[in-house]
Design a protein around this ligand. Structure first.
Ligand code: DC
Length: 232
């Protein structure tokens, strides 16, 4: 296969727990593209606001939140093709901290703000302008990269996603209640889909892939096949 266009974008959007990160990384590796995890940007922006002393659920000034996000120094390092992004906030490695519940539960107060989404989208476009990227998130095909040559809407039923997440946490030795996990997944879907700007929805020209009965490798292979067909 020959890919020689300088700036090619594949977008992968979908709900939490659909396997976007694993699949996006696998697709990027197979095609020789770079990978952009846009959820990590909203995660670290949330931590930046928290570290600036903002009580996010009670903060009434969007400007205070925006300023905290705008003023922080971010660095994203992709160590190798198989590892998640390493994230630095003002020089501190916050890779693990941005995945904690304390951050996850407050993301909406940051990700809902139009002004934050505008600078985040601009950052995403400037990163992706440098080459060929698989960009993963909620609004990549709809808002950030409407001209992407391939858009995927990666889906799986809430029950399947809750089951996968429960198993993953149990394997790490954590105690998890499956019903509680299903509720969390459904709550996040509601928040992600109801966001006024950049809310999760399938782009009209996206290919929907239901991974409920697929392994990650099968999903990767299906997307790589589609990409190769379009690049012919
Ligand atoms: O993909 P993730 O779970 O790491 O994303 C964390 C949150 O960030 C998600 O609940 C919604 C938000 N997000 C967003 O609003 N837009 C994106 N492009 C990616 C993530």
């Amino acid at each position: 296969m020959k890919i020689d266009a300088a700036n090619l974008i594949i977008t992968i959007d979908g709900p939490a727990g659909a396997g976007k990160s694993t699949v996006a990384r696998g697709v990027a590796k197979a095609l020789g593209f770079s990978y952009l995890d846009t959820g990590a940007i909203y995660r670290v922006a949330t931590l930046a606001a928290q570290r600036a002393g903002i009580d996010l659920p009670n903060e009434r000034s969007p400007k205070r939140v925006f300023d905290a996000v705008d003023q922080c120094k971010l660095k994203f390092v992709y160590p190798d093709e198989d590892s998640p992004v390493h994230v630095f906030l003002d020089g501190d490695d916050v890779t693990a901290e941005i995945r904690t519940e304390a951050v996850t539960q407050h993301i909406r107060y940051v990700a809902d703000l139009r002004e934050v989404r505008a600078i985040s989208s601009e950052l995403q476009r400037s990163i992706a302008a440098k080459g060929r990227f698989v960009c993963e998130g909620r609004d990549q095909g709809t808002v950030v990269f409407p001209d992407a040559f391939l858009k995927i809407y990666l889906w799986a039923s809430p029950e399947v996603r809750a089951g996968r997440r429960t198993q993953e946490l149990r394997e790490r030795g954590e105690k998890v209640d499956t019903r509680e996990m299903l509720k969390k997944i459904k709550d996040r879907d509601r928040l992600d889909m109801s966001r006024e700007v950049g809310g999760l929805k399938k782009a009209h020209d996206a290919v929907e892939l239901d991974t409920s009965n697929m392994t990650a490798q099968q999903a990767i292979d299906a997307i790589v096949k589609l990409a190769r067909e379009r690049l012919k």
